[in-house]
Every structure is written in structure tokens, then in C-alpha cells.
Design a protein around this ligand. Structure first.
Ligand code: ZN
Ligand code: FE
Length: 259
């Protein structure tokens, strides 16, 4: 049995720590900063077994050097097609990462869009997806195209509905303001805003979130819903012909959105 613990970093990043019950070591996903990880390890008298990286951005990979320095010879998994100093195990779609210390294996998916080499890790109904999918939102397209991002989100949509999604940032409340602007009549979004406000008031994370919940509330996963298509058409004054068109203009709308 593993627990997944959020280690907060910077302003709104989560470094996800996989902790085996009664185990002695942990694995971390996207350690942008070594310091909070080292503090967590020290406070809990644990060592570090493995590092997994979803994409090259510094707020997800910046802690590799200091952690590898302290814990020699641990595997550092990350996208083969991105230049990330310190990777020992470059991975790509189709690869399976065995983590025997956690009785877990993780499938690697290529999910380009936010960056070109961005990967996700999926296993035991958990998805670690970095900055591709956020709760009620998605990552900005810094390197990839809308077509790539839609294909990446479609891969995630095909996972089991009870998949627990672990995202790289706590953006949920801000994302929901936009989601509600797009779909003001969506009752799932209204209910989610109440639940998320209550969690944040107590400083609890809003993650992980299930895929089932995201399919009800995340406009970027709802580009084929008539309500979303209509909202984007009204906002842009365009007639949109494909889910990629809808996604493209929805993403551009969100980029300009001030709640
Ligand atoms: Zn990023
Ligand atoms: Fe990030």
C-alpha cells in the first residue's frame, strides 16, 4: 500500500511523494526544488528511492541535481526527447517503469502540448500528468500545437473514470472561475466551486481529482459538448468546425481571461 503525499513547493507547485506504508524510502514526481523534499525526508526519517520527471521546466526538474547528489545512484526517469540534465533513465510512450519498492509499475504516455516531450506516468489508477492537465484546466501551449494537446488530452480521457489525477499545480479555483464563465449552467461546476473553496479555506490541496469529475467540469475535456462549442462560438463570433478549433479558441480565451 502506497500513500501519495503532496509536498508544496514555490507558490503553487506540488511535488508528489510516493510513500510506501512501513517502507523506508519514497519516490518523488517533479521535484522542482530539493529543499522541501529534503525537509520531508528528514522529518520522516526516510530516504529517496527514485525521481520521476514529467517535463523540462525548472519548477518540475530544478531539484534533480541536489537530490541526486545527496542520494547517489538513484534512478531519475524523464522524457527522452527533452534535454534534462541528470536523467539516468530516459523514457517514452510504451515504456513501463518498474518500482518494486512500491509494488508498482507505471506506464509512460507521451502527452505533448505544454512542452514537446512532456510525459505522464500511469499505474494503479493514478496518473501523474505534470502541467498537461490541471483540475478544471490545462497547461498553456508553450511548445506544442492545439492538435498535439487535444490528442494528449484524448489519451487521458480514455483512462478509467476512477483514475486519480495528480497535477503539477494548485490552479483549481482560478480554473473554475473560467470554467463557470464558459458553462454558467453547469451544476457540477457550481458544486465543485463550493467544495474547492472550502478545501482551500483550510489550506488543503484540491488534488488528486478523479477523471470522472474532470469530464463533468473541465472545459478543455468538453470541447465536443454543445454548451462549450456554443460558448466559444459566441465569445469569438466564429463558426467552429472541429474539436481542435474549439480547443484552440477556448485556450486563447483562457489565456486572456481575468477572473
Ligand atoms: Zn511546465
Ligand atoms: Fe509547472
Amino acid at each position: 500500500m502506497n500513500h501519495i503525499i503532496p509536498i508544496p513547493a514555490f507558490k503553487d507547485n506540488y511535488i508528489w511523494a510516493m510513500v510506501k506504508v512501513n517502507g523506508t524510502g519514497i519516490a518523488v514526481i517533479d521535484p522542482g526544488d530539493a529543499k522541501p523534499v529534503l525537509t520531508y525526508l528528514h522529518n520522516n526519517q526516510l530516504s529517496l528511492n527514485a525521481i520521476l520527471i514529467t517535463h523540462h521546466h525548472w519548477d518540475h526538474s530544478g531539484g534533480i541535481a541536489a537530490l541526486s547528489d545527496q542520494f547517489k545512484n538513484i534512478p531519475v526517469y524523464g522524457p527522452a526527447s527533452e534535454n534534462i540534465p541528470g536523467l539516468t533513465h530516459p523514457v517514452k510512450e510504451g515504456d513501463i517503469i518498474a518500482l518494486p519498492a512500491f509494488a508498482l509499475s507505471l506506464n509512460v504516455y507521451d502527452i505533448p502540448g505544454h512542452t514537446l516531450g512532456h510525459v505522464a506516468y500511469y499505474g494503479s489508477e493514478m496518473l501523474f500528468c505534470g502541467d498537461t492537465l490541471f483540475s478544471c484546466g490545462c497547461g498553456r501551449l508553450f511548445e506544442g500545437t492545439p492538435t498535439q494537446m487535444v490528442a494528449s488530452l484524448d489519451k487521458i480521457k480514455k483512462l478509467p473514470l476512477n483514475t486519480q489525477i495528480y497535477c503539477g499545480h494548485e490552479y483549481t479555483l482560478a480554473n473554475l472561475a473560467f470554467a463557470q464563465t464558459v458553462e454558467p449552467q453547469n451544476a457540477y461546476i457550481a458544486a465543485k466551486i463550493a467544495a474547492v473553496k472550502s478545501l482551500r479555506a483550510q489550506n488543503y490541496p484540491t488534488l488528486p481529482v478523479t477523471l470522472a469529475s474532470e469530464l463533468q467540469t473541465n472545459p478543455f475535456l468538453r470541447c465536443t459538448e454543445p454548451t462549450v462549442i456554443k460558448a466559444v462560438e459566441q465569445h469569438t463570433n466564429l463558426t467552429l468546425h472541429s474539436p481542435i478549433d474549439v480547443f484552440t479558441h477556448l485556450r486563447a480565451w483562457k489565456d486572456q481571461f481575468v477572473s
